[in-house]
Design a protein. Structure first.
Length: 293
């Protein structure tokens, strides 16, 4: 019994001797807080810190919502089949020419001789340009050359009508459109009429008298209508299309050409004639397979 009293007495003495120093842990906490790069208590007050955290959280939530909104809108556009558009800004148009006349009754200005129309995103050269408001729309005639440096598109023809400050053009008579791809290969379209929409990235070539001609590396094709989309990098040929790759010939109701993979897709009423340069080697391989069986 006496031993038990002694044991409890020792425990009581030890507990009374041990004191938990709260100030020590408090000091350690605030030292750790000060060492952080985010912010110190001396630099900003509690109210300002709360405001900054609130604004930061609000910004992150806004960014997340905006990102999800953009993804949803992209999916909806893809499902609906609507044409994708890119934001294109053509700078202010300026014109130089040898002479200029202005009709007060019709308000038509005519620029004649060595006409140069320039802007941040496009350059146009022609013999004559006439318009009521050349910044919005006009008609260029004679030796027309248009260059879109950023899109790597060049168009030459005899006549051009443009609107929306050169973001949409319609080219007529002996039109040649050249598109330089990312791998420096070229697509050349030869047509009676070509329309180019910079926002959608579509070049639409149409037949009036002659079929549209396409040249791409070792592919030559002809069709009544051709649509090239810069965003999808695909050619669509309709209206009795005909394509030749080296010595192989392809005919169908519709032909699609994947520019990046150089794949020709045929749809409906397909007729194809294939030629192989190494035909003798193929025959040898076939005969070896037969003998082995």
């Amino acid at each position: 019994m006496k031993n038990n009293y002694i044991f409890f007495g020792l425990i009581f003495i030890l507990c009374s001797c041990h004191h938990i120093d709260d100030t020590q842990y408090k000091k350690m906490y605030f030292e750790d807080f000060k060492n952080k790069d985010v912010i110190t208590s001396k630099e900003i007050k509690g109210q300002e810190l709360t405001k900054e955290i609130s604004e930061s959280v609000h910004q992150k939530i806004t960014q997340t919502v905006q990102s999800k909104k953009e993804k949803i809108e992209t999916k909806l556009i893809e499902k609906s089949g609507k044409t994708k558009k890119r934001k294109i800004k053509i700078g202010e148009l300026t014109i130089e020419s040898d002479t200029m006349t202005f009709n007060k009754e019709t308000s038509v200005a005519v620029f004649i001789g060595n006409v140069k129309l320039k802007a941040q995103g496009v350059n146009l050269f022609c013999d004559q340009l006439q318009s009521i408001n050349y910044r919005d729309n006009a008609e260029a005639i004679g030796n027309v050359k248009i260059n879109y440096p950023k899109q790597k598109v060049k168009i030459t023809c005899k006549k051009v009508r443009y609107n929306k400050s050169m973001s949409k053009i319609e080219a007529y008579e002996n039109v040649i459109a050249e598109k330089i791809l990312d791998n420096n290969e070229k697509i050349n379209l030869y047509a009676d009429e070509i329309k180019y929409d910079v926002e959608t990235g579509e070049i639409i070539a149409s037949k009036v008298d002659k079929k549209v001609k396409i040249k791409l590396k070792d592919i030559v094709a002809f069709s009544d209508r051709v649509i090239y989309n810069e965003l999808t990098e695909e050619l669509e040929l309709t209206g009795n299309p005909f394509a030749r790759k080296n010595d192989s010939i392809f005919i169908s109701s519709k032909i699609n050409i994947d520019i990046t993979k150089m794949i020709i897709k045929l749809q409906e009423n397909i007729w194809a004639k294939l030629f192989y340069g190494d035909f003798e080697d193929i025959k040898k391989e076939v005969s070896i397979d037969k003998n082995s069986n």
